[in-house]
Design a protein around this ligand. Structure first.
Ligand SMILES: Cc1cc2nc3c(=O)[nH]c(=O)nc-3n(C[C@H](O)[C@H](O)[C@H](O)COP(=O)(O)OP(=O)(O)OC[C@H]3O[C@@H](n4cnc5c(N)ncnc54)[C@H](O)[C@@H]3O)c2cc1C
Length: 287
């Protein structure tokens, strides 16, 4: 039998969390599948569910001092409609699942599920996203790459909730997102890729890329990004072989029901190359 608690406010939710082992449930679109049992019977939860999807304090999306804050109970559909949400996040969400799932599912749930194939993760990594974690005792901030430890594993403490997702608002000259999947909708990624770059004159001043579903965690290499920063645009293509050497040991996909390791690895390398060529043909935004 699913036992659940439905707090009315965030302080009440945190109080429940402090005293008892609970499973936070926002949209339930991951949990209800993960905990499913035989057809016609209720899902099996090892601990009672804490329903946080209805908490008004966690539904807001707003911008202050150049930071976009997305509440943990904001649905994927509401995020898609907000004008301040970066295009690269909207691109990922717009081809996630289906409208019905997006009406219930949350960005916070996609992050906390910590699947290597979670579609919002590569965009959130390149955007420099920071997560706000709260307990009754304290609030702390963690960059997303430090929060996710491995498949299904995060740094969330048993008395904490992820309350907000914060994204610095900046403008980029190149924004590139690609999801490779079996179908255009309602299919999980075989590989996903997000890239952002800034260009000044004929020089790349900032270049970031993150690859999903090719390793236990999203792959982002500071070494590769440093190699490209400050380079002349015309020199980028020539650096691709060196880049591939950096990414080769990091791209370690698995075979599963969606794809195989060889395909994933080849696609990831091709996407790196394609993105670098996009950057190589970029021009700076008029300032
Ligand atoms: C048919 C179908 C298609 C799908 N397609 C895709 C797809 O294309 N791409 C993709 O990436 N995903 C997909 N998903 C997975 C899922 O919809 C997303 O991961 C969604 O964002 C999960 O959000 P949720 O609010 O429903 O999470 P929940 O199921 O409510 O929670 C997921 C996990 O996060 C934890 N959690 C949730 N909120 C918090 C919080 N605030 N604090 C702490 N822990 C929290 C829960 O305890 C749980 O472990 C699909 C799912 C289905 C059923």
């Amino acid at each position: 039998v699913v036992k659940s608690l439905t707090p009315k406010t965030l302080p009440e939710a945190l109080e429940f969390r402090k005293h008892q082992r609970l499973i936070p449930l926002a949209g339930g679109t991951d949990l209800m599948v993960r905990k499913r049992s035989w057809a016609g019977t209720l899902p099996k939860f090892e601990y009672p569910a804490l329903f946080i999807g209805g908490l008004a304090e966690l539904k807001g999306i707003n911008v202050k001092d150049g930071i976009l804050t997305i509440g943990a109970a904001a649905t994927l559909a509401s995020i898609l409609e907000h004008p301040a949400v970066p295009d690269i996040v909207k691109q990922a969400i717009s081809i996630m699942a289906s409208p019905a799932i997006r009406n219930a599912g949350t960005l916070a749930g996609n992050i906390c599920n910590a699947s290597p194939a979670a579609d919002t993760l590569p965009p959130l990594y390149v955007l420099g996203t920071v997560l706000i974690l709260q307990s009754t005792a304290a609030q702390r901030e963690l960059p997303i790459a430090e929060f996710i430890k491995g498949p299904g594993q995060t740094n969330l403490q048993t008395d904490e909730l992820l309350v907000a997702v914060q994204i610095p608002i900046q403008s980029y000259d190149v924004s590139f997102y690609k999801k490779v999947a079996a179908r255009k909708a309602d299919a999980l990624s075989k590989v996903s890729f997000a890239g952002l770059a800034k260009v000044s004159g004929d020089m790349v001043t900032d270049l970031r890329m993150a690859i999903g579903a090719v390793a236990p965690r999203v792959v982002r290499s500071k070494e590769a990004e440093q190699l490209l920063k400050g380079r002349k645009i015309r020199d980028l293509a020539g650096l691709i072989p060196e880049l591939k050497k950096i990414y080769d040991p990091l791209i370690r996909p698995i075979d599963d029901q969606r794809s195989d390791a060889v395909y994933r690895s080849q696609v990831a390398h091709r996407l790196i190359e394609y993105y670098i060529m996009q950057c190589a043909s970029a021009t700076a935004h008029a300032k």
